[in-house]
Write a protein that binds this ligand. Structure first.
Ligand code: PMP
Length: 401
């Protein structure tokens, strides 16, 4: 048995396994789980992607399978630069401003590795993406949490923090269809965030895997689009708009930042798998990605509507829900007397056969117990209605005790 003390401090801390045990076992035929963060499998473009891999191999022959460069295919980076300019209002960039990563997750990890010495200060939303916390944890930072409001991060509180803690280096934010919060940052707050970053000399990591999945309302400009000093690193991913297994995401940033990040990526995994990057390039050449995304949003919009309706119909007074305009999740806040972790394991899972992700997982210091994240994209409208009816029954009973 390995002496655990020989392991580094970064895996000793109690928070080192934030993702394990996130999804409870549900061995019941009538189980309904609101836990998933996965896209709907029936919407994967299976045939087109299979063809894209064949096209990549046909185009490059044996060279497809060779080592390539840390940057990956320039054609794909050109397409992404083009997309960033057209869909995300990021000006004056080209392929050299785009870096391919092993999913958005590696983008978060590499940016953390670029910026954080042990104990360095970072701002995260409360709640925030649990996978970002698990990536950041490895660099043993000091977290400062800023509450998430209906229109995004509480920027006045952010400013107070930046004033009090000039050592803060990085702000991590999910501005579009927050995971887990479901909310979207307002235009005014996006502008203000960049102003604050300039004023207090911090960087922003804008994580946008759900940005293209809008079901109602108009798209807002990215935070990156207001960046005049190269302080915003924009991050996106193919996981939610194509398939998670591609393990392909991308960063848009100034070249001086990417030069450093490439050093770190080389140390980490040398390069993206060429066959996958080439297949995505072929997919984008032969298919209109926006048409595919429109197919996703029309299906997900029905599920989002079902969730909004079920929240109205099934949940007792005293429970508040966010109103997501896109993405995968909604967030419930319950009275403070209710501990959603206990409720999940004591009642929801064994008795009602429903599951969600309890709030404490989404807080840096796990100190928030009366919220929950509900996914609505992985279930049919009927399942959403049924599951929310069961949840409403459980909550009504728990709140009248
Ligand atoms: N950021 C956010 C906010 C996410 O929700 C996810 C996936 N759930 C990721 C990053 C990472 O996704 P991937 O590595 O598959 O791109």
């Amino acid at each position: 048995m390995m002496d655990q003390k020989l392991f580094a401090n970064r895996v000793q801390s109690e928070v080192a396994s934030r993702l394990q045990g996130l999804f409870p076992q549900m061995p019941y035929d009538d189980a309904i789980t609101f836990t998933a963060g996965s896209p709907a499998e029936n919407l994967f473009p299976k045939a087109a992607m299979q063809q894209a891999y064949l096209d990549a191999i046909a185009a490059e022959g044996a060279h497809t399978f060779q080592y390539h460069t840390v940057q990956g295919p320039v054609e794909l980076r050109e397409r992404l630069a083009d997309r960033a300019m057209k869909r995300h209002q990021i000006q004056d960039i080209d392929a050299d401003n785009v870096m391919l990563t092993a999913g958005g997750q590696q983008g978060i990890d590499l940016v953390a590795k670029l910026m954080l010495n042990r104990g360095d200060a970072i701002v995260v939303e409360a709640p925030t993406y649990v996978g970002a916390l698990s990536a950041f944890d490895m660099y043993e930072p000091t977290y400062y949490e800023v509450p998430l409001e209906a229109d995004g991060m509480a920027v006045d509180q952010l400013e107070d923090l930046l004033k009090q803690h000039p050592e803060i280096k990085l702000i991590y934010t999910v501005a579009d269809f927050h995971n887990p919060g479901g909310v979207t940052m307002s235009l005014a707050k996006r502008r203000r965030l960049v102003e604050l970053a300039n004023q207090y000399n911090v960087m922003i990591l804008e994580d946008t895997p759900y940005r293209d999945l809008r079901y109602v309302g108009e798209s807002l400009p990215t935070i990156k689009s207001f960046d005049t000093e190269g302080r915003v690193i924009f991050l996106s991913s193919f996981s939610k708009i194509l398939m998670p297994t591609l393990r392909t995401g991308w960063l848009v940033a100034d070249q001086s930042i990417l030069t450093q990040l490439y050093k770190l990526k080389e140390a980490n995994d040398l390069e993206v798998p060429n066959i996958t990057a080439s297949a995505i390039n072929q997919f984008m050449a032969k298919n209109d990605l926006d048409v595919h995304i429109a197919g996703l949003t029309s299906e997900y919009a029905v599920r989002q509507q079902a969730m909004v309706q079920a929240i109205k119909d099934e949940l007792p007074d005293g429970v508040t829900a966010t109103a997501p305009e896109g993405g995968f999740f909604t967030w419930l806040t319950l009275p403070e007397t209710i501990d959603t972790t206990a409720l999940l394991y004591d009642i929801c899972t064994p008795q009602a056969h429903i599951a969600y992700v309890p709030s404490k997982n989404f807080y840096a210091y796990k100190n928030h117990s009366n919220g929950m994240r509900l996914n609505f994209t992985g279930l049919t409208p009927e399942q959403i209605q049924d599951g929310m009816h069961r949840l409403g029954t459980v909550l009504t009973a728990a709140m009248t005790v």
